[in-house]
Structures are given as C-alpha cells and as structure tokens.
Design a protein around this ligand. Structure first.
Ligand SMILES: Cc1cc2nc3c(=O)[nH]c(=O)nc-3n(C[C@H](O)[C@H](O)[C@H](O)COP(=O)(O)OP(=O)(O)OC[C@H]3O[C@@H](n4cnc5c(N)ncnc54)[C@H](O)[C@@H]3O)c2cc1C
Length: 411
C-alpha cells in the first residue's frame, strides 16, 4: 500500500525510511525541502535523559517570575497570551500527580529505546560517522544547584538511566575549557550528539531517494477523504493520492489535523541557536547543559552551537534574536574562553503539546490517516524510535510498545 508522508523533518524522514525498509512505496511532501523546519537547527543532542515533563509544578510555579524577566528561560510575547490560554490550561492539567507519573513513564519508554534505535538506523544507512561517542555533561555552580535538580536525578534512578556525579576537578579533566565557577557536574554517558542535524536529514533523504523514494516539493492545502483517506491537494492545485497519510509536519501539524476535523492542541515553543563556525576559542568533546541557566552548548561538525530558550509567540511572528544572545551570554559564564564571533543565528519551532509527549497514533476519525508529531524538545532524540513504532503501527504489525499513552484523542 502506498503512503504519503507530510513533512520531511527528522520525524517524517525517519518514518519514510522505515516504511521503505519494510518494502512500502512512500512519497514525502514538504513545502521547503528536507530538514528546513525545527530539524535544521536543533541542539543536535540525542538527549535520552531529558524527558522530565515541562508541566511539573516546579516549572509552572516559576513561570510568573520568568514572565517579568526579559532574559528568563521562558518568554511569552504579551500579545500572544490570549491565544495561548487554552493550551496553558491543558499544560496545568498535565501537572496533576497521577498524570505526571503517566507522562514520565511514557517519556521514559521512548527515551530508553532512543539510543539503540538511533545506532541501528545509522548502521543500516551507513551513517555511523554522524554521531559522537561522547556523552553530555550537566553543569552545576555548587551543591545547592545540584540539589535543586534532584527531581531530574531521581527520575533517572527510577527509570534506570545511567549517570555519574563528578566534582569540579573531575569535570575539568574531561573539559578543560570549563570555568572554575562550575563546582559540580553529572555525566550522562548515553546522551550523544549528531554532527549536524540538518546534514543528517539530508543524508537520510539522499539515501531514501537513491532507493527509489520520492520527495515532492509542495504545500498541502487540503486533504480529501470519503470513508477513508483519499489524497491531498497542494497549494499549486496538484492532487496526490495514496492509500495512507502520515502527518509529521512538526509545529504545523495542528493546521493539517484541523483539515480533518480532528483538532490537536499544538503550540510552538520557539527556540534559538547561535552557531560559531571556525575557532570558537574553546574546544569541547561533550555537549554541555546548565539546567539553572537553561542553555545548551554542543560541539557540531562546523564548530560550536549554543542554544535553548522557549519563546511562545506562535508560528508567524518575526524572530527576536535577543533570545539567542542571552544564551551566548550565559554560555560565556561556563566557558570564559568562548569567542562568539563570527556567528549565525537561527530560530525554529518545537512542536509542543501540553503534556510533553508526542502523538504516535492512528487518526480516531479518518481511517488511513496517522499522526507522528508533537515531540517538543525531543524530536531528534525520539525520531528513530518513532519511526520503528510508526512503521509497525502503519503496516498493521503489533508495535513493540503499547501506544495507548500517545493516542491523538487523549486530550
Ligand atoms: C533551539 C532548538 C533546540 C532543539 N534541540 C533539540 C535537541 O538537542 N534534541 C532533540 O531531540 N530535539 C531538539 N529540538 C527539538 C527538535 O528539533 C524537534 O522536536 C524536531 O526537529 C521536530 O521534527 P519534525 O520532523 O516533527 O518537525 P520539523 O523539523 O519542523 O519538520 C516539519 C516539516 O513539515 C513541513 N510542513 C509543515 N506544514 C506543511 C504543509 N502544509 N505542507 C507541506 N509541508 C509542511 C515543514 O516545511 C517542515 O519541513 C530542538 C528544537 C529547537 C527549536
């Protein structure tokens, strides 16, 4: 049976590849070409330890303070607040203790499989050189800051994810560029980074096409269905038909699901990066994350990438690159030798659902339609696992994991 996948980001691309591996004909459609959405400029981290739900009370209690701080880790543009309100109510609802426990388990189930699934996908595609061998270091100024992150460490204990606590000297033995201000760290050995997230999507696309897959440039303007899915209409009035449809259009997936009368509470958590190519004044082997300062630094193929932050302002507002500059300022506190010029800046749209776990699901309304979207901060991390599970679901095989927690009609 033929499948049309909307969205050639890392999620759609990995699913297309998996269906192709299973012998299914696949057409990918994207308005911008492979890897130009959030998958272009993310922080490159296979971050298997980072499934702590954003909706935990410890986070939302800090939100009012962040609102008053223009350099805080989360910013809501004032004009966007009314639009955000219904999503925010669902976000608060996702902070009830029983719901939180279920969200954590659902996040852990994907993250525990993420690295082996990625290694298998890269092996199969001959792209093993796209991933680093080093883990990620979480930074803490002192023991008090480390204690403040205890929820995170307790979560890793609960789900059996490896970590190693390091004192300042042990940390600097691993990364000599780190400032003396960093008194403690934790090594996450299973978190890896890819050399260049955009090139990874491109490499997967090239292989997909070399094996007979088709990538169509076009914007989906309509979806036609009778008793089941029939086809799509592109903005240039072309029509494409297929037996099945997979909606993997990242932060834009809500617009497409609305065409099917199946609303999903999708928001965009806009994030920024600064890329410093060439000599950045520091050399890094590990990626770095400083939870109290809410930024990340990753060594990438071309240089060093600094990023993070969340800005709620919708899909169409212009970027505010002051957000990117705040993360560079913070990164210099950890890496005093960092030289952040010349640099390029980028903004991307994380596809964010209020309960921080993705939708991996058949449509509840239209037979033949499937969703793989809403991966938020973890789309790169969870892409290979998503592809494996969606490949099973779409072809009628029994998924390795119970997909009930990821259903589209859970909201
Ligand atoms: C600053 C930042 C840092 C991040 N860091 C990490 C990280 O370190 N690790 C991690 O795991 N995740 C990270 N993420 C999250 C990750 O990038 C996303 O979760 C992931 O890229 C989502 O992939 P996707 O394929 O669902 O969406 P996208 O990559 O956004 O792809 C969606 C595609 O759909 C296409 N599309 C949309 N609408 C239509 C339409 N109507 N017709 C045709 N095509 C359409 C778009 O053109 C786009 O190419 C980060 C995100 C940001 C912004």
């Amino acid at each position: 049976m033929s499948t049309l996948v909307i969205g050639a980001g890392i999620i759609g691309m990995a699913i297309a590849h998996e269906l192709q591996r299973r012998g299914e004909p696949v057409v990918l459609v994207d308005r911008d070409g492979p890897g130009m959405g959030a998958s272009f400029g993310n922080m490159a981290s296979i971050a298997v330890t980072e499934f702590l739900p954003s909706s935990r009370p410890a986070v939302w209690r800090q939100i009012p303070g962040w609102m008053l701080d223009p350099e805080g880790p989360v910013r809501v543009r004032p004009g966007y607040m009314p639009r955000l309100f219904p999503w925010f109510l669902r976000f608060v609802a996702a902070s009830r203790p029983r719901r939180l426990a279920a969200i954590e388990a659902a996040g852990a189930a994907l993250c525990q499989r993420a690295l082996p699934d990625w290694l298998a996908l890269l092996r199969e595609t001959g792209l093993e050189d796209q991933i680093s061998d080093e883990g990620c270091l979480s930074l803490y100024a002192d023991a008090a800051e480390f204690r403040a992150d205890r929820d995170h460490i307790a979560l890793l204990d609960r789900f059996g994810l490896a970590y190693e606590v390091l004192d300042g000297p042990a940390l600097r033995a691993l990364e000599p560029s780190l400032s003396d201000r960093i008194g403690m760290g934790v090594l996450f050995p299973q978190n890896r980074s890819v050399r260049d997230p955009y090139r990874l999507v491109l490499a997967l696309a090239e292989r997909f096409m070399a094996l007979g897959g088709r990538v169509e440039a076009g914007t989906i303007a309509g979806i036609t269905r009778g008793a089941r899915f029939e086809g799509v209409r592109l903005a240039d009035d072309r029509h494409l038909t297929a037996d099945r449809l997979v909606i993997a259009a990242g932060a834009w997936s809500g617009r497409l699901s609305a065409m099917l009368g199946e609303p999903i509470p999708m928001e965009t958590e806009r994030g920024y990066h600064t890329q410093i190519d060439g000599d950045a004044g520091v050399t890094l082997r590990h990626s770095l994350i400083w939870p109290a300062r809410a930024f990340m630094v990753t060594p990438t193929a071309g240089g060093i990438r600094i990023g993070g932050t969340v800005e709620m302002a919708g899909l169409t507002a212009a970027p505010d690159y002051r957000r990117a500059r705040v993360t560079v300022k913070r990164a210099k506190e950890a890496l005093p030798g960092l030289v952040a010029e010349p640099r390029s800046e980028w903004m991307g749209h994380r596809p964010a659902l209020p309960d921080t776990i993705p939708i991996l699901s058949a449509s509840a309304r239209t037979p033949g339609v499937f969703y793989a979207t809403g991966h938020g901060h973890l789309g790169l991390t969870e892409a290979a696992t998503t592809a494996r599970l969606m490949g099973q679901l779409i072809t009628g095989a029994r998924p390795d994991l119970d997909l009930t927690p990821y259903r589209v009609d859970r909201f």
